[in-house]
Design a protein around this ligand. Structure first.
Ligand code: XMP
Ligand code: MG
Length: 184
C-alpha cells in the first residue's frame, strides 16, 4: 500500500487507491450532472478531507473554488459530542453560493449536522454534502448526505486523510487500524 511499511498496523485493507479513485470519478460525474452550468464552492473540513478534496477538485470539470474549515468536536478521542468549536473559519462569504461540503467520514453525524446548520445560516443558495465514507451503524443523527462514496463497517479506519494520532493520513488506501496499535 505504501513504501514505508505500515501493513502490520492494519488488520484489513478496506479500499485500495484504485477503488477510491474510481468511485471519486463516479461521484464527480453525478455532481457535474446536478450542477451543470453552475459554479460550486467546495468546503473541505480539515484535516481529514484534504485527500478527498484534492482528488475530487481535480476530477471535477465544473468551475469550482475551494475553501476550508477546521472544527473541533468536544468529546473523547473516538467519540464526538456534537458540541463543536470553529478553529478556522471560511475566508469566503456564502451569500448566494452553491456550497458542497467535502467530508472524509461521517460517523455519528453530529459534527456534520452542526456544520450544515452553521453554513445554512450564512445565506447560501444551497448546501449539500459529499462524504467519501459513511459508517451507517454509527449514525446517531440522520444527516441528509447527497453524495456518499462508500458505506463502511463500524471500525476505526485510517489512511487517505484519516488519522490515528495524526499518523497514517498519507496512506493511499484505507485500512482498519489493528487493535494492538491503540490498546496498551
Ligand atoms: P461524527 O461522529 O461527528 O465525527 O460524525 C466525524 C469525525 O470523526 C472522525 N472519525 C474518524 N477518524 N477514523 C478516523 O481517522 C475513523 O474511523 C473515524 N470515525 C470518525 C473524523 O474526524 C470525522 O470527521
Ligand atoms: Mg481525526
Amino acid at each position: 500500500m505504501q513504501p514505508c511499511d505500515v501493513a502490520a498496523d492494519l488488520s484489513e485493507i478496506l479500499l485500495t487507491e484504485d477503488q477510491i479513485s474510481a468511485r471519486i470519478a463516479e461521484m464527480c460525474r453525478e455532481i457535474e450532472r446536478d450542477y451543470a452550468g453552475e459554479e460550486l464552492l467546495l468546503v473541505g473540513v480539515l484535516k481529514g478531507a484534504v485527500m478527498v478534496m484534492a482528488d475530487l477538485a481535480r476530477e471535477l470539470t465544473l468551475p469550482i473554488t475551494m475553501d476550508w474549515m477546521a472544527v473541533s468536536s468536544y468529546g473523547s478521542s473516538t467519540q464526538s459530542s456534537g458540541v463543536v468549536r470553529i478553529l478556522k473559519d471560511l475566508d469566503t462569504a456564502l451569500e448566494g453560493r452553491k456550497v458542497l461540503i467535502v467530508e472524509d467520514i461521517i460517523d455519528s453525524g453530529l459534527t456534520l449536522s452542526w456544520l450544515l446548520e452553521n453554513l445554512k445560516s450564512r445565506g447560501p443558495a444551497s448546501v449539500e454534502v459529499c462524504a467519501l465514507l459513511r459508517k451507517p451503524e454509527a449514525a446517531t443523527v440522520e444527516v441528509d448526505v447527497r453524495y456518499v462514496g462508500f458505506e463502511i463497517p463500524n471500525a476505526f479506519v485510517v489512511g487517505y486523510g484519516l488519522d490515528y494520532a495524526e499518523k497514517y493520513r498519507n496512506l493511499r488506501g484505507l485500512g482498519i487500524l489493528a487493535p494492538h496499535v491503540y490498546e496498551h
